[in-house]
Design a protein around this ligand. Structure first.
Ligand SMILES: NC(=O)c1ccc[n+]([C@@H]2O[C@H](COP(=O)([O-])OP(=O)(O)OC[C@H]3O[C@@H](n4cnc5c(N)ncnc54)[C@H](O)[C@@H]3O)[C@@H](O)[C@H]2O)c1
Length: 387
């Protein structure tokens, strides 16, 4: 195993069970056939060892239309994930949960309980309680549960982890992270992101989880201890924000901005802010301060979890203050293909989840903590139950 793989694997806990017969293709079921399901479909179709055999969506006719649009034949269609899971004749191996945030937990838990491997879109879910239920179901089933953080497979993202883990920055004591868009509430892709009863959490769950994963994954996911959080919805609730659809303002039921101050174990401070919309070009670069060096990861214009400008390390060399630019690594083919490939490999080989829930539960605990603290308007303790 090379050093990079060793670094990436160091947080894996244990091997999982495999129920995939190596002599036949992996049988895949889609749960949720909306916007992001299209990206999953293109990638699953590109995998020669997988076949899409079932698709479910709550909206009548949507699953069939979706598969037809993608030219996939011989698929069985269902009106809900429960209906699909109860059809044992399908002999499913894996499901991909592409539903809105509200139903991630329910669909994942039911699928794991049905003995299936699960790839679940990000954010993991809505609340910490749901994340705990997902983790428990995963443990009880022994199956693979991977959460869909594809930016992790980007070489530039991996470089952040390599730099931090190499000790180049010394002991890390402060992180500023987040991201933002000046005018980026994601309504062009449907409205399930902005409704309280489907998205449930807004910028925080949509793009905040990426910022948290970028830095926490680099650090080895230290546990959060306390959080003081703030959320607002000034843009989302303003009819003038939406040129042609002022009615979206009434529908808007989530956060469009969040900020937090989080204490992590190891005496590390995490200063976080995320915006779907703001009167500012950027809420700041990501910076990681250590006793030997500081890393700057420049902010992007439209944050969705990618690094698009060279990073810099600020450090002293022979007593002189030196800034080292880290060259950008060329873009890879498809991060979605990679996310689905490594998930299928884990299912086939019985190896640990490539994006494990024991890490992402920490991401979810912070999101949950920010929401709870914002409601209470005071700092709160974050307690993640042992599972
Ligand atoms: N990884 C990425 O880059 C990325 C990008 C965009 C969105 N996402 C995530 O993907 C998820 C879906 O987003 P979207 O824009 O595709 O949403 P969407 O609203 O377009 O699609 C979700 C679909 O799920 C269906 N659904 C909900 N519950 C169901 C159930 N129990 N059984 C069957 N179908 C069910 C809905 O009817 C809907 O058609 C979100 O959680 C979002 O955060 C990830």
């Amino acid at each position: 195993m090379n050093k990079e793989t060793e670094l990436l694997n160091q947080f894996h806990e244990r091997a999982t069970e495999t129920n995939v017969d190596p002599n036949r293709k992996i049988r895949v079921g889609f749960i949720g056939c909306g916007w992001i399901a299209g990206a999953h479909m293109r990638s699953f179709k590109a995998m020669s060892d997988a076949e899409i055999v079932a698709a479910a969506d709550l909206i009548p006719g949507k699953a069939k239309k979706f598969c037809e649009q993608h030219g996939v034949e011989g698929v069985s269609y269902y009106g809900s994930h429960k209906e699909m899971l109860s059809d044992k004749s399908l002999q499913l191996d894996v499901v991909t949960v592409c539903t809105y945030n509200k139903t991630h937990a329910e669909c994942t838990v039911d699928s794991l309980n049905a003995g299936l491997h699960v790839l679940c879109e990000k954010p993991m879910c809505v609340t910490l309680d749901e994340a705990v239920a997902m983790r428990k179901a995963e443990k009880a089933s022994g199956k693979v549960l991977a959460i869909g953080f594809q930016p992790r497979f980007d070489d530039n993202m991996k470089m952040i982890k390599k730099i931090v883990q190499s000790g180049e920055l010394g002991k890390i004591y402060y992180i500023q992270t987040g991201g933002g868009r000046r005018h980026g509430i994601p309504v062009p892709y449907g409205t399930s992101f902005i409704h309280k009863d489907t998205g449930c959490i807004g910028a925080l769950g949509d793009i905040g989880c990426y910022s948290l994963d970028m830095v926490l994954n680099a650090l080895g996911y230290p546990k959060p201890l306390t959080v003081s959080g703030y959320t607002s919805d000034f843009f989302g609730k303003d009819p003038n924000y939406y040129k042609d659809h002022p009615e979206y303002a009434d529908a808007f039921g989530v956060d469009d901005f969040a900020a937090a101050f989080v204490r992590l174990e190891g005496d590390i401070i995490l200063d976080f802010r995320i915006a779907w919309a703001m009167h500012m070009d950027t809420p700041g670069d990501t910076i990681i301060l250590g006793t030997k060096g500081g890393l700057r990861i420049p902010s992007t214009e439209c944050w969705h979890g990618t690094v698009d400008k060279p990073m810099s390390i600020y450090h002293d060399v022979c007593g002189e203050r030196v800034t080292t630019t880290i060259p950008m690594l060329p873009p890879q083919k498809s991060l979605f293909d990679m996310k689905i490939r490594v998930f299928l490999d884990a299912c086939k080989n019985g190896t640990p989840s490539p994006i494990p829930s024991d890490q992402i539960i920490i991401n979810q605990a912070i999101i949950d903590g920010i929401n709870k603290s914002a409601k209470l308007k005071k700092e709160i303790e974050i307690i993640i139950p042992e599972i």
